[in-house]
Design a protein around this ligand. Structure first.
Ligand SMILES: NC(=O)c1ccc[n+]([C@@H]2O[C@H](COP(=O)([O-])OP(=O)(O)OC[C@H]3O[C@@H](n4cnc5c(N)ncnc54)[C@H](OP(=O)(O)O)[C@@H]3O)[C@@H](O)[C@H]2O)c1
Length: 333
């Protein structure tokens, strides 16, 4: 494994982290035994940066991770997030009716204690606001988070899907170590003004869904997603854009074939190539994918490779929105 530094913290994190969401939530059937084996394999591979959130299966994902985290506490840098709340306590995807966002100081207190309890640890390494709360000045949210740092409940702070303006305002209150936002071959919003902002402030970008939720691996069958799969609610995985996306990923797979790697490895290598201040967190619940993805670390992309990839993306631009309208309202605040 190769390692990259988190913001200005001096912390060395594996250049590829591990997104744990799918082990409990969002992407079809789960298998705790295989998920635990995947977490243990991540340790063997030196993948020490693990990502979860309190809303993934309403806390069950944090509980699952704790089974490997607790006996290996010194080897893992654990990131979790807060802010999505469920009316009636029922878990569901973030776009579901009945889900709302709350980054108030009062809720942060409740949320952090609940995450610490489920993770069975004393301190969270990186604590993200899962979104910017449109109803609360970001300074209030970050002020409350800074108190958690002082109290030793949290070590570093992060934001997710924040606008450039919010990032600047937040960083003026307390150092922000990471911004976690969607970034992949198919979602490049951060390139407009976010990356220059994080770079100016010494903040690491942590791309989530770097495989476009499995789409760019050229193995996802969008017409066979199971009931309850979150992707069924997202425009990008619907039949009206299926042809465009199928052709895009098939052409992308040809480039991968020419480089003797898999599309997943090429997609991750592309994200890694965008800068040393970027640490993607591909998600998987399976050892075989984890091992495959780790291979992206040693893949070097030439300017010709990057140009060929760029040409394919340009050729098939109708990829569909990454989120539903309701969810898009909560990003870039
Ligand atoms: N901050 C936020 O708002 C936010 C939003 C979404 C996600 N996240 C975080 O980011 C992490 C990563 O994002 P993500 O999981 O949404 O998307 P992703 O990493 O782009 O893709 C995950 C999907 O790709 C599949 N996959 C992984 N490696 C593969 C391979 N080598 N070949 C074929 N398929 C492969 C997985 O399958 P299996 O599930 O079968 O392994 C899963 O369906 C999440 O786990 C979560 O921790 C954060």
């Amino acid at each position: 494994m190769k390692y990259r530094t988190l913001g200005n913290t001096g912390e060395k994190l594996s250049a590829l982290g591990l997104g744990c969401m799918g082990m409990s939530f969002a992407y079809g059937p789960t298998d705790d035994k295989e998920s635990i084996a995947t977490l243990e394999r991540a340790l063997d591979l030196g993948i020490n940066f693990w990502d979860t959130a309190d809303m993934y299966a309403n806390g069950a994902n944090e509980e699952l991770i704790s089974r490997v985290l607790v006996p290996n506490r010194d080897k893992i840098f654990i990131a979790t997030k807060f802010g999505f709340r469920f009316k009636d306590g029922v878990a569901g995807p973030s776009s579901a009716t009945g889900t709302y966002f709350d980054a108030s100081p009062a809720w942060i207190r409740v949320a952090v204690e609940a995450s610490l309890k489920r993770l069975k640890i004393d301190t969270i390494d990186l604590y993200y606001a899962h979104r910017i709360d449109p109803n609360i000045p970001v300074e209030e949210t970050v002020g409350a988070l800074a108190d958690l740092v002082k109290e030793g409940k949290v070590r570093y702070l992060g934001l997710s899907e924040a606008s450039a303006a919010s990032i600047r305002r937040a960083a003026a209150v307390h150092p922000i170590a990471a911004l976690q936002s969607e970034y992949s071959l198919l979602t490049r919003d951060v390139e407009a003004e976010i990356l220059s902002t994080t770079r100016a402030l010494g903040i690491t970008l942590v791309p989530y869904s770097p495989l476009a939720r499995g789409l760019v691996t050229n193995t996802l069958q969008v017409d066979q997603l199971t009931e309850g799969d979150f992707r069924k609610t997202l425009p990008r995985y619907q039949s009206d854009v299926a042809d465009n996306n199928h052709q895009l990923v098939a052409s992308f797979a040809e480039i991968a074939h020419g480089k003797n790697c898999t599309p997943a490895q090429l997609a991750l290598a592309w994200v890694l190539a965008q800068g040393d201040d970027i640490i993607p967190i591909p998600g998987t619940k399976k050892r075989k994918y984890l091992e495959e993805n780790a291979g992206a670390i040693d893949l070097n992309l030439t300017p010709e490779d990057l140009a060929a990839i760029e040409a394919v993306i340009k050729q098939y631009p109708h990829t569909g929105e990454r989120y539903s309208e309701a969810s898009l309202k909560l990003v870039n605040h």
